[in-house]
Design a protein. Sequence first.
Length: 132
Amino acid sequence: AVGSNAGLIVFYNIVILGCYFAVERFRNLSNKGKASLLLFVWMVIAQAIIMPLAFPDMQLVYFDRYTYFLDAFVYMLLALLVSYIRSKYVSTSLLGAYGLLNVYFSIKVNLDWKHSAYIVNRLLENFPDPGK
């Protein structure tokens, strides 16, 4: 039903159960597991800081300015998760694929910004004088 809070209640119950499970198992985790859990909690806290911020005037670049809050925790957590992989070939190829994916998307975003700057500069150069 529209306006129902049932979905939120289920979601927050799952979050609370997950937190309870993590606290109960914390003592039995390895040091790597404890570090991963700590980084995940920090990542969730950083995400909670970013989520309520709204920038409706920045359509394509939504939340772009505040992602750096989350980046450090995400990269440390990814590095810890990759360290669980025993095969060096698999972990190296995963990191290489991740690097190539980052390069691809960086080039794509750079081209979008370049095209946007071109359009803005053309508009500024050819904008008619309002006084004539």
